[in-house]
Design a protein around this ligand. Structure first.
Ligand code: ZN
Length: 372
């Protein structure tokens, strides 16, 4: 029986063909006081292929420092195969333009095929107004207020047209449409009609992507009012990895994570919510309190979810707020019989068995991140 996946240094992780690297573990758009966690982003490496899940603030710099980028000038993302966005909240996508625009300069000339990008499609309707219905905030971009990732990407690239035309005409850069292929994830038809009523109806996982290294399936999770919001499962020859995305307590997540080797699950500290809008906060707002609690999974509820799913290792990530102490997050292990790890940026996990033990090989494969 192989060991449960446990945290490894970059050098140890390089001995595994299949490994997971936490590039950023903070949730939410605020800059958390007293925390240097980067925005949410996760890297999966299988052999010479890499997969990026979410593009939170700082993923690029964190990727460079993780030891997982390809060494050498303009080679960093040579191994990227596919990118997956869980949902359209800015803390998961703010450095997506970084990927699109800097790819030219950090590996794309060596890419063997276009990078496949998958994300939620158009929501299809606006979310309801929360709070006082007399206060109408209006609609931003009413001609297309809830675009999917394909349309968003086109609009982002339009905003950067000056740079793109300069690089292609003056520097001979390749057409970006040859470098990226962007896909709205099609929803099973039964799930499409209830964005504002039941955003995560009971369903089975469905396949999103497959290549010779991974099969990726998705399921809708409950991050209302955001819709669609996905969790992803990566099935590899060495084991299975599930990334919850943002979700409240959700049966679909348990379905997707059944018997997984590694579950990366989001988590929120309910005391932080109490401090902002609880009864003793001076800003008592029970509706907003419930609203925040419904969209995320509190510390005490994560362990039971992992237990129901029967996963081997639970890793907490997307921590809100980013500055809650680790020993408090560790309480998530209650109710779970497996290993619980509080995620940190640049933490690695290996799946399957190690494949190389030559220290010289390891140094070449995964240099330690620079200090300072
Ligand atoms: Zn979110």
């Amino acid at each position: 029986m192989p060991l449960s996946p446990r945290p490894l240094s970059g050098r140890e992780a390089a001995t595994y063909r299949t490994r997971v690297t936490l590039l950023g573990t903070a949730g939410g758009p605020p800059w958390w006081e007293g925390s240097d966690r980067q925005g949410i982003s996760t890297l999966i490496t299988v052999g010479d292929a890499q997969y990026l899940i979410d593009c939170g603030e700082g993923w690029g710099r964190s990727f460079r420092r993780s030891g997982e980028s390809v060494p050498g000038f303009e080679h960093g993302i040579d191994r990227f195969r596919a990118v997956f966005l869980t949902h359209h909240h800015s803390d998961h996508t703010i450095d997506y333009p970084n990927l699109l625009l800097l790819a030219w300069h950090n590996g794309s000339n060596s890419l063997r095929q276009p990078i496949q990008i998958y994300g939620p499609g158009d929501r299809g309707s606006l979310p309801p107004i929360f709070g006082d219905p007399e206060i109408d905030p209006g609609v931003w971009c009413p001609e297309s207020p809830t675009p999917g990732v394909h349309e968003s990407t086109e609009k982002l690239l339009a905003a950067y047209a000056t740079d793109i035309n300069d690089r292609t005409r003056d520097e001979g850069k390749r057409n970006l449409r040859d470098i990226f292929e962007v896909h709205d994830i099609p929803l099973p038809t039964a799930a499409t009609a209830h964005a504002n009523i039941d955003p995560a109806p009971v369903m089975e996982p469905f396949q999103v992507y497959q290549d010779e290294y991974v099969t990726v399936t998705a399921i809708l999770v409950d991050h209302r009012p955001i819709f669609p919001a996905f969790a992803f499962r990566f099935e590899t020859a060495d084991g299975s990895i599930v990334i919850s995305g943002d979700t409240g307590v959700c049966d679909n997540l348990v379905t997707l994570a059944r018997d997984a080797d590694l579950l990366l699950h989001e988590c929120i500290d309910p005391d932080w919510i109490e401090g902002r809008v609880g009864a003793k906060s001076g800003n008592d707002d029970p509706y907003l309190r419930q609203h925040l609690l419904a969209a995320h999974t509190p510390i005490d509820a994560v362990g039971p979810q992992a237990q129901k799913a029967g996963v081997r290792t639970l890793v907490l990530t997307h921590l809100v707020p980013g500055d809650t102490p680790v020993d408090k997050w560790q309480r998530a292990e209650r109710g779970f019989d497996g290993l619980t790890v509080v995620g940190e940026d640049h933490m690695h996990f290996g799946l399957g068995a190690p494949i190389a033990h030559d220290p010289a090989t390891l140094v070449a494969a995964a240099p330690e991140p620079a200090r300072g």
